[in-house]
Write a protein that binds this ligand. Structure first.
Ligand SMILES: C[S@@+](CC[C@H](N)C(=O)[O-])C[C@H]1O[C@@H](n2cnc3c(N)ncnc32)[C@H](O)[C@@H]1O
Length: 448
């Protein structure tokens, strides 16, 4: 990037020195980009960059405050969860001359993160053309993050669609690649939950999903059930007891509830009382100690609460924050357990054993029985997996994650719609989305 009239901003002195050496004719400012962007009066023909991807947990302090304030003034309202790169694009876009253009490396999260939506709204409201280039193979093989590219031109204009190019691998070129798709903002907002990720699938796959969610009788899981996280004990090894502990301390059974501590302990389809008995016989730490505020504590429990393990557990942050420290809140007995981090497929297991679970699993509890029937019919079908792939998001390392709000969007078609669905086509779509999240054929074979 050695254009003589180019200007760069880099806050790290070593990286700024590299930029100066590589672009001797350019003016490189050393410091915070947002501070510079707020004050500069210069306007540019082009902006290009590879912005830092700093997650909201680390993107803090003055720099973040300045960045979000500036975006607010410019009309882009990011929630507190925005990663740093999105404000970089807004600030850079605002420094362009009318008709100007920009090109940036962006994380693939632009295809699904909630905070990507205000950015895309902002860009389409200020540029005549906005194009996303999705690249399946890693642009930077040493980084864990998948990267895509964003190109916008015609600053000062606006558009009612996003253009998208879907590439298997990046090839250097001196103009943006030909767009494959023209995505209307109305569809992106209305049908696709303001996500570009569904556009990685072939059109026939999207049509299948769209037709199924629009079919009469299709409901979202949240319309019939609540999906939430399991309890947070604060000290799992203290609150989960083995049968031998229960006997040694003399803890009454009435104060214990079977608890499944992670997806690995779950059977494939139904958790039965017999499964719990087996775990109990294996002396697995399967009993959650359920105590409540104000209850009269039996002698065995009092002894356990005075033990060395209890003294340590008490100091854990979550225990210190509640009163009394030993009453674990929000213990649910869900109808289904849902695994929310998965390789091949999301696990959904019926809870016949009336067990509970900590926040390593999600809890699904139905408000009406018909929802449970629909879920039961759908859960083994490729369509259900497709819905999980579309409503969830890739987490890196081949994994798919479903937040509770995403799980709430899982589509439950009526039995009639489900029987008419082309299962092979849905299976193909699942494989395609798994390829994009790098769940490879090898992993598929290993786990099959
Ligand atoms: C992904 S790296 C890109 C480095 C280089 N421009 C390239 O493309 O190879 C992001 C760069 O942004 C810099 N950076 C992070 N926060 C910044 C800020 N607030 N202002 C200016 N530069 C920043 C980092 O020091 C880092 O060098």
């Amino acid at each position: 990037m050695g254009h003589v009239k180019s200007v760069g901003v880099e806050q790290d002195p070593a990286s700024a020195a590299v930029a100066k050496a590589r672009a001797p004719g350019a003016l490189i400012h050393e410091g915070d980009f947002f501070q510079w962007a707020v004050h500069t009066e210069a306007r540019y023909d082009c902006a290009a960059g590879n912005p830092p991807f700093i997650r909201y947990q680390i993107f803090k302090g003055e720099v973040r405050k300045r960045a979000l304030e500036l975006c607010n003034q410019l009309g882009a309202n990011f929630s507190g969860l925005a990663s740093s790169w999105a404000p970089f694009l807004v600030a850079a876009g605002s420094l362009l001359k009318s008709g100007g253009r920009m090109a940036f490396v962006v994380p693939a999260e632009i295809g699904h993160a909630p905070y990507a939506a205000p950015l895309l709204e902002w860009l389409t409201g200020r540029f005549a053309r906005v194009q996303i280039v999705a690249v399946r193979e890693k642009l930077f093989p040493t980084l864990s993050e998948d990267c895509w590219l964003l190109y916008a031109e015609g600053q000062g204009g606006q558009t009612d669609h996003i253009e998208m190019t879907v590439l298997d691998r990046f090839k250097a070129c001196n103009a943006p690649p030909r767009p494959d798709l023209r995505i209307s903002m109305a569809d992106w907002r209305g049908i696709w939950n303001r996500r570009l990720r569904p556009f990685l699938m072939a059109g026939r796959h999207r049509e299948l999903y769209r037709a199924s969610i629009e079919a009469e009788g299709t409901r979202r899981l949240s319309e019939t059930a609540s999906v939430g996280i399991g309890y947070v004990s604060g000290a799992n090894s203290f609150f989960h007891l083995r049968r031998s502990d229960v006997a040694a301390w003399g803890i009454p059974r009435a104060l214990l509830q079977p608890a499944i501590r992670n997806g690995r302990a779950l059977p494939a389809s139904v958790l039965t009382k017999a499964d719990v008995t087996r775990l109990e016989q294996e002396d697995a730490p399967i009993f959650l100690l359920r105590l409540t505020r104000g209850m009269k504590l039996p002698a065995g429990v009092r002894r356990y609460l005075d033990s060395a393990a209890a003294q340590e557990a008490k100091t854990a942050y979550k225990c210190r924050m509640r009163d009394p420290w030993y009453a674990v809140p929000d213990v649910k007995t869900p109808d289904y357990f849902l695994t929310y981090m998965s390789g091949r497929q999301i696990g959904l297991v019926r809870n016949e054993a009336k067990a509970t679970c900590p926040n390593t699993l999600h809890c699904v509890s139905f408000r009406d029985a018909s929802g449970a029937t629909d879920l039961h019919a759908a859960r083994r079908t490729p369509f259900f997996q497709l819905s999980c792939e579309i409503e969830g998001h890739p987490l890196g390392g081949g994994m798919l994650k479903l937040e509770p709000r995403e799980a709430g969007r899982i589509a439950l078609p009526s039995a009639g719609t489900l029987s008419r669905l082309d299962a092979e086509l849905a299976g193909e779509a699942v494989t395609e989305l798994q390829r994009w999240r790098h769940y490879t054929a090898d992993q598929r074979r290993l786990r099959a």
